[in-house]
Design a protein around this ligand. Sequence first.
Ligand code: MG
Length: 431
Amino acid sequence: MHQNRALAANCCIVKQKMKIVDIRATTVTVPLHAPLRHANGCHWGRFVRTIVEVEADNGLIGLGEMGGGGESAEAVFRAMKGYLVGHDPARTEEMRFLIANPTASLYNNRTQVLAALEFACLDLLGQAWNVPVCDILGGRLRDRVPFAAYCFFRYPHPRTGEGEVRTIEQLIVEARELKLRYGFSSHKLKGGVFPPEYELEAYRALAHSLPGDRFRFDPNGAFSTEQAIRFGQAIEGLRNDYLEDPVYGLNGMRRTREMVRVPLATNTVVVNFEQLSANVLNTAVDVILLDTTFWGGIRACIRAAGVCETFQLGVAVHSSGELGVQLATMLHLGAVLPNLTYAADAHYHHLTDDIIEGGLMSYTDGCIDVPSGPGLGVKLDRNKVAQYSELYKRLGGYPYDQDPGRPGWTPLVPNDRWADPRDGRCGEIPY
Ligand SMILES: [Mg+2]
């Protein structure tokens, strides 16, 4: 009897085994409320994302998503078919070595490609096993993930002329509006655009305009170490979550950390296990911002969070710009991290639409529910994918590291070629 039951269970497992039969990729571009300015350029009023579909021999389709700095990544996913057709999507660890072996990958840098394929394989497994992805990854510790407002300096929308955030007054109005609409209690200001003195004034004003809330500032490593120290010391009295990448490089961060009594965070200089181990051995950063794309998948982020838990470093969830598929990966990650003590970042509230069924996921009290359906718990809305794929074909990509308002501009690291906050021009943005 027992033997029969065991045999039956085995049959079930054999039945559920899958093979990848196809990989498809579609580039879409989805509009933002307004172009977002950052230290290296601008998101030109839209995100360009490559949506990946991995089909298994039982007809299930797993979803992945990748960014790429305003460019399409379709071609690389087509090339992955040669590696992965016939592969069992449950063998995710073998897939890591198959397409992103750490020494072979020096030639093709496929970490982000691996991430999108891992999302899709986990989505397949969750659907086949009828469980949400977070249940494969240790099980949920929370049903919803808190997010921070992501405040950017913005150019006006190229069509409507609305949405500009350049003056400090505009920034405060925007932050209050975001809090009112979504319920955020933590707020991030993306800096590195205007001179540090101006951004310090803006950050202070932001912190004073929303008393009781928490704040984080991120100039994308654009400051010199000395500027980072001056800025960090000047904000010590505010309710800071952390100061994110004020300077580029572990040594600059370490020198800043010695002089500033605000936790330092990074999503740029600790983005792999070599860098994480260097930071453990000689600490330069307090909070590691885990990005499901930059680290090569949700599972790599969980491993990194485990190292951080062991060495008592903080973790948070980083956003590299996302539509609903990638947001789902961030939600499943956020659900399973025991040491998630900060609100996650997301660009998501800047989007005007999404390509998943049901449209944009909604915020409640600054939080988004972890999807409860099988796999990632999101499905493509085929009409939306077609609509935004057409828009991509019409508009093409955009240079994420160029500023449409400053032709010929090349930012340095550390930078001193700041934009002028009195300059209201925004250049030509095709739309
Ligand atoms: Mg950052």
